[in-house]
Structure formats: structure tokens, C-alpha cells
Design a protein around this ligand. Structure first.
Ligand code: ACO
Length: 427
């Protein structure tokens, strides 16, 4: 017999079905809670609330497991490339050769961004934060691709997806190039997806474009590691905006804004700023450990702790190794890496961090690699968005194909009860 959970309240007992996931997680299905009992649940931050059933990404924060569509992140990072992973996340299976070639050629066919979009970019000051620019440009794409907005069939959805996968890297590169004062350009369809992204970002006007193979590999791996992370703040944003049947581009634009915050994707930028500040202050990691533990000090050790991982973030392990490799291959000696290693060692031995299960997260090392690749600090979160794009798309697609209802949480009202209106002269 299927499990049931019961709730007793004011002498009545209510029964609810228990749903079991393929990894044996259990959830009480409370769809009938309010209609049967008049109660709702209260769970700020949704720490105990499943917003959907999803077959995309599995993570076990206690064991430090992360899998996309059943495949371990460690294996994907080592054996797959970013485009294969994007296909896997979005469509559920690793592509065969023909499927991958078609996917790539469909993307290449859409890699042009309307020249008029450059005028919109022109309107931003150079000092504008790239995440704001990227979110605005992604939203502006809607005006230039109206047929990708109100998608109802799977075929239309596919076209919207390949368009976005094609145009988004162009927007990312334009955002960077504007910051660096470089002419805007388009990609080179003869290259692989990630190498093309690198070229679009870094090609200099008067120089032949050359790149170390290891750099492309590191970038590919970083993008894979960021590609999805189940129902986090930005993915939930994408799903909830999309649940109103706003289009894919509008939903992704909202996801970019959600990712921007320093408690989410913005942490990679905050980590580097923190490491630089510690270095400039003499590199005294102990002083900053003490600040992080002091409850009267708002300082937090950026890049440590995670809402879900209460164990080592598996992505952090891979990135740490990649950071060592890339810096070694490029011959970069970065004192920031020493500060990072010092902090990590101290935190892993410190009872405050051990008791609270605060381990380095994905952002702790990614910024060091981005810096070695020559990416400015305030572009770090944009790089995260580039990696997360397939995940957001996969979440949007799943939400639409499952015909999920519009997302609309309830609340417990704690404001004033009814009071009569007070005219201005009596206030
Ligand atoms: N430094 C110092 N103390 C910390 C840190 C930190 N980085 N993170 C959590 N704590 C402490 C809290 O003060 C709290 O202590 P208390 O129990 O004595 O009050 C305890 O650990 C639990 O922390 P919460 O904030 O309740 O944990 P929550 O799950 O809500 O937050 C979060 C997770 C936001 C990631 C938090 O750990 C944090 O702010 N980390 C730094 C920012 C960061 O690196 N964000 C990136 C996340 S990964 C990503 O989005 C890709």
C-alpha cells in the first residue's frame, strides 16, 4: 500500500499521499491541504518545499552528489563537452553523432544578432554592471524574434531554444567587449561552440586569434560544472516567470537577474573581491576567519556554505584541480590562489565551519580561473550565466511540457486589520 502522511489539527485528522522520487526522496503531497483543512504551509526560503517534480538534475547535499540526467558531474566534466551536456540537460539523453551535429548546425544557423541590438548596447554606460546589461539585452531579443515568444508546440520551443543558445554567447561577448573597449563582432561558425565563444570574447582587432587548447578545455569544463543545479533561486525564477506563459527569453532574462545577487551567482565576484582585499591587507587569513565567525560583524567568508550542500560541493573539487592545472599551464603565479588555499585549510579545520558544515562551494575557485583567463571580475557572474543557460532552458522546457500551473504562493497576512480611511488633514 502506498505511504500516507497524516496531520492532526483541532480534533480532525487529514491524510495526504507521499510521493517517492527515483532516488528515494519522500515528499508529502499537500495539494489538497487547504481545501480539506483550511491550512496552508509556511516555509520562507522554501527550505522544505518541493516546487515541482523534475527529471533533470539530482543532487544529494549530504553526500556531495551531483548528477545531470543520471550522469555523475565528475564523469561529464572529464568526458563530455559543453554542447553535449546542454543537449543532455535539455532533451534528456546524450546525443549521438548525428543528433549533436544537427543541434550544432541548427544553433549556427541562428548565430546572427540583429545589428539594431548594438544601438541598445550603445545606450548603456561602460560602467554598467554586465549582469544588468545581459538581462536587458536578453529581454530586448524578444522584440527582434517575436516568433520565439509565445511558443506552444514542441517544434516552436526547439526553435526558440536553438536561437537562444546561438545568440546568448554573442550578447555575452558584446557585453565584455564593450567593457574592454573592443569592437563588437560576430562569431566564427567553423569553430566548436565553446572555442567560438572564446574567440568572440577575446579576439583583438589587429592580432591573429590564438588560444591554448587547455584554455578552451578549462572554459568548457567550467561551463559544464555550472550548467544546472536543480531548483535554485534562478532556476525557480525561470520556472515561475515561465509558468505565466511569458516566453523563454523573458524567463531567462529574469533568471539572469536572480543569478546576479551575491548570495547566488554573484558570489564568484564577491569571492575574488574578498581574496583581493585580504591580500591587500597583508594576507592575514586568520584575521578574516575571526571576522567571519564574529556575529557582530556582517562579514561572511564568501564562497563558503551552501543552502543544499552540507558536504564538499563536488564541483569545487573539480574546479580546484582545474585551477591548479590552468594556472600551471599558462604559467600564471597568482598570490590570490595562496590566500584561497590558506582560507580553505583553516576553515576545514575550524569548529565554527565544521559544526555548521560550511565547505567551499563552486564559486570559491572559479573566479581564480576566470582571472587567469583574463576575464574582468564583474564579468564572472556573466560567465556563470553562460554556463547555466542550458539548465535554465531545460527547467523552462520541462515546466511547459509538464503543463505546470502558474506559480502563485500564498502568504500568512500579518498586517493591520480593517481600519477606516483617515483623511489627509486628520493624519
Ligand atoms: N561565513 C560565515 N558564516 C556563515 C557562512 C559564511 N560564508 N555561511 C553560513 N554561515 C553561518 C550563518 O551565520 C549561520 O550561523 P548560525 O547558525 O550561528 O546563525 C549558519 O552558518 C547557517 O547559515 P545560513 O545563512 O542560515 O545558511 P543558508 O542555507 O540560509 O545560506 C548561503 C546559504 C546563502 C550560501 C550562505 O552560506 C552564504 O551566505 N555564503 C556566502 C555566499 C556564497 O558563497 N554564496 C554562493 C552560494 S553557491 C551558488 O549560489 C552558486
Amino acid at each position: 500500500m502506498a505511504d500516507k502522511a497524516s496531520l492532526s489539527f483541532r480534533g480532525e485528522t487529514y491524510e495526504f499521499p507521499v510521493v517517492e522520487g527515483t532516488e528515494k526522496e519522500l515528499a508529502i503531497d499537500i495539494k489538497s491541504l487547504r481545501s480539506s483543512s483550511g491550512l496552508i504551509t509556511l516555509d520562507p526560503g522554501y527550505k522544505n518545499t518541493g516546487s515541482c517534480e523534475s527529471a533533470i538534475t539530482f543532487l544529494d547535499g549530504e553526500k556531495g552528489i551531483l548528477r545531470y540526467r543520471g550522469y555523475a558531474i565528475e564523469e561529464l566534466a572529464e568526458k563530455a563537452d559543453f554542447l553535449e551536456v546542454a543537449y543532455l540537460l535539455i532533451f534528456g539523453e546524450l546525443p549521438n553523432k548525428e543528433q549533436l551535429a544537427k543541434f550544432h548546425s541548427d544553433i549556427k544557423a541562428e548565430s546572427h544578432v540583429d545589428e539594431e541590438m548594438k544601438k541598445i548596447l550603445d545606450g548603456f554606460p561602460k560602467s554598467a554592471h554586465p549582469m544588468g546589461v545581459l538581462s536587458a539585452l536578453t529581454s530586448a531579443l524578444i522584440a527582434f524574434n517575436p516568433s520565439a515568444v509565445d511558443v506552444t508546440s514542441e517544434e516552436d520551443l526547439y526553435h526558440a531554444i536553438v536561437r537562444l543558445l546561438a545568440k546568448f554567447p554573442v550578447l555575452v561577448s558584446w557585453t565584455l567587449r564593450k567593457k574592454m573597449g573592443l569592437p563588437l563582432d560576430y562569431g566564427d561558425d567553423s569553430l566548436g561552440y565553446v572555442e567560438n565563444i572564446h574567440k568572440m570574447m577575446f579576439k583583438r582587432p589587429n592580432r591573429e586569434y590564438r588560444v591554448h587548447e587547455e584554455v578552451v578545455q578549462a572554459l568548457d569544463q567550467l561551463l559544464i560544472l555550472h550548467a544546472d543545479h536543480e531548483q535554485n533561486c534562478s532556476a525557480s525564477t525561470v520556472r515561475i516567470v515561465g509558468s505565466s506563459h511569458a516566453g523563454l527569453f523573458a524567463s531567462i532574462s529574469a533568471g539572469i537577474s536572480a543569478l546576479w545577487g551575491p548570495l547566488h551567482g554573484g558570489a564568484n565576484m564577491a569571492v575574488l573581491e574578498m581574496l583581493e582585499a585580504i591580500q591587500a591587507d597583508g594576507g592575514d587569513t586568520k584575521k578574516y576567519m575571526a571576522k567571519a565567525k564574529d556575529k557582530d560583524d556582517p562579514f561572511r567568508l564568501m564562497g563558503f556554505g551552501h543552502r543544499v550542500y552540507k558536504n564538499f560541493d563536488p564541483r569545487a573539487r573539480i574546479i580546484k584541480k582545474a585551477a591548479d592545472q590552468v594556472l600551471g599551464q599558462l604559467g600564471v603565479e597568482d598570490p590570490i590562489l595562496e590566500v584561497a588555499k590558506g582560507l580553505e585549510k583553516e576553515a576545514l579545520e575550524d569548529p565554527y565551519f565544521v559544526e555548521r558544515k560550511l565547505y567551499p562551494n563552486v564559486d570559491f575557485y572559479s573566479g581564480i580561473i576566470y582571472r587567469a583567463l583574463g576575464i574582468p571580475i564583474d564579468m564572472f557572474t556573466v560567465m556563470f550565466a553562460l554556463g547555466r543557460l542550458p539548465g535554465w532552458i531545460a527547467q523552462f522546457r520541462e515546466m511547459r511540457l509538464n503543463h505546470e500551473p502558474i506559480g502563485r504562493p500564498r502568504q500568512v497576512y500579518t498586517g493591520e486589520n480593517y481600519r477606516p480611511f483617515k483623511p489627509l488633514n486628520k493624519r
